[in-house]
Design a binder for this molecule. Structure first.
Ligand code: ATP
Ligand code: ATP
Ligand code: CA
Length: 218
């Protein structure tokens, strides 16, 4: 199934989205004001065009209205990012994803109708920080300001114990929602199944509870 996407801003972040979507066989319209950037993407994006996205007439001419999902990846120029997003919401684009530069930018983008605001530097920084705390923390996903999901390898302290033995819910207020064992993923883990080396737990909880869990058990 081919869907139509547009990526505005072909820096490292937008460029990476554009490349990945194209490799997955998606139809991508790549837009940048910079001619060199556009030339870089001519070979694999379905269409690569030079345009200033703050120019409403230029966007209309590109037929942006017919595109299902537009990704705005303009970083440093916050004003251009905001103006572009306003134009896209006015045009009634179904789904708009925008990269935010800071919290204030994020707030404005949400207010003016961006469907999804992403913060790649901040979020990747958090993930890597958790991975640095322990090599056993494989991934970290923020659900809200106060809640997250972590993916952790079973450490020495958990080996051979059951979820009942560890009593994670009572001791840390977190829930183990799934256990990955090899290729299998068990989404209703049994409380009295002994954990094995190389099992991976998926744990959900409040950030401070997850931090305690990470410090004590991972
Ligand atoms: P990176 O993803 O590399 O960190 P960045 O977040 O630092 O990038 P910029 O380099 O500021 O973001 O911008 C990304 C791209 O957006 C640049 O290639 C730039 O030319 C393009 N861009 C900036 N303003 C506009 C605009 N008004 N219309 C179209 N493209 C634009
Ligand atoms: P971002 O993560 O925001 O996209 P960036 O990858 O564009 O950042 P820079 O803004 O160039 O990177 O640099 C990141 C930080 O590193 C800046 O705060 C800068 O002051 C600092 N920095 C740059 N060079 C040095 C240096 N030689 N010694 C110490 N700090 C430095
Ligand atoms: Ca940047």
């Amino acid at each position: 199934m081919k869907r139509e996407f547009a990526v505005i801003g072909l820096g490292r972040f937008g460029g990476s989205i554009c490349r990945e979507l194209s490799m997955e066989g998606m139809d991508v319209l790549a837009i940048d004001v910079d001619e060199d950037k556009v030339n870089e993407f001519k070979n694999f994006a379905s269409y690569a065009v030079i345009a200033d996205s703050t120019d409403e007439a230029a966007l209309k001419e590109l037929g942006i209205k017919n595109i299902d999902h537009v990704i705005v990846a303009i970083g440093d120029n916050i004003q251009a990012s905001i103006l572009t997003t306003v134009i896209l919401t006015d045009l009634g684009i179904k789904k708009i994803t925008v990269k935010a530069q800071n919290d204030y930018h994020e707030k404005i983008l949400k207010k003016i109708g961006a469907d999804q605001v992403v913060h790649p530097e901040r979020d990747m920084g958090k993930r890597i920080a958790h991975n640095i705390i322990s090599n056993n923390i494989l991934d970290y996903l923020e659900l809200s300001d106060e809640h997250s999901i972590v993916e952790v390898k079973v450490g020495e302290r958990m080996l051979g114990k059951t979820l009942v033995d560890l009593d994670i819910r009572a001791n840390y207020g977190c829930n183990v929602v799934a256990i990955k064992r090899g290729k299998e993923i068990n989404v209703s883990p049994s409380a009295d199944d002994a954990l094995q080396k190389s099992d991976i737990l998926i744990v959900i909880g409040a950030d401070n509870d997850i931090s305690r869990f990470e410090r004590h058990l991972v």
